[in-house]
Write a protein that binds this ligand. Structure first.
Ligand code: THU
Length: 136
C-alpha cells in the first residue's frame, strides 16, 4: 500500500483520540505484510503515566488478533512538523514489529519515512538475555 494512503488512514484515526489533558491528537495506522491495516489513537488517563500512545494502541490491537508480520506504521498529528515516536513506542515497535518503516505525517498530509533502525539504532532485545550463560 502507498504510504500516503496509510498516512490518510492514520489521520482519520486521529478523530478517536482521547486526549483531554494534552489536546494533542495522535492517529496511527499499522500495515501488516498481508496488507491489513490496524488503526490506533492515543488514550489519556487522569493518572497521566497510564496514558497509551497511538502507536502502541495499534500494535497491541494487531498482536492481540494474531498478527505477527508488519511492514509499516503511519502516525498523524495536527502539527506542521513531523512527530517522532516516544522512547517507549520505539522499544515496543522494535520488539514486536522489528525494522519496519515509520511514516510520520503532518497536518498537511506530507510524509517523512524513516526505518525503525534509524530511529532506534542500538535497541535492547531478547537476544541480550537469552544468550546469557547460566550463573554458577
Ligand atoms: N503521543 C502519541 O500518541 N504518540 C507519539 O508518538 C508521541 C506522543 C501522545 C501521548 C499523549 O497522549 C500525547 O501524545 C502528548 O504526549
Amino acid at each position: 500500500m502507498d504510504y500516503k494512503k496509510l498516512a490518510r488512514q492514520a489521520a482519520a484515526s486521529r478523530k478517536f483520540s482521547y486526549s483531554p489533558y494534552s489536546n494533542f491528537r495522535v492517529g496511527a495506522a499499522l500495515l501488516t505484510k498481508r496488507g491489513k491495516v490496524y488503526s490506533g489513537c492515543n488514550i489519556e488517563i487522569s493518572s497521566f503515566a497510564l496514558t497509551i500512545c497511538g502507536e502502541r494502541t495499534a500494535i497491541f490491537k494487531a498482536i492481540s488478533e494474531g498478527e505477527r508480520e508488519f511492514k509499516a506504521i503511519a502516525v498523524a498529528t495536527d502539527e506542521d512538523s513531523f512527530t517522532a515516536p516516544c522512547g517507549a513506542c520505539r522499544q515496543v515497535l522494535m520488539d514486536l514489529a522489528g525494522d519496519i518503516d515509520f511514516v510520520m505525517s503532518n497536518k498537511s498530509g506530507e510524509i517523512k519515512v524513516l526505518k525503525m533502525s534509524e530511529l532506534f539504532p542500538h535497541p535492547f532485545g531478547s537476544e541480550n538475555f537469552h544468550k546469557k550463560k547460566k550463573r554458577t
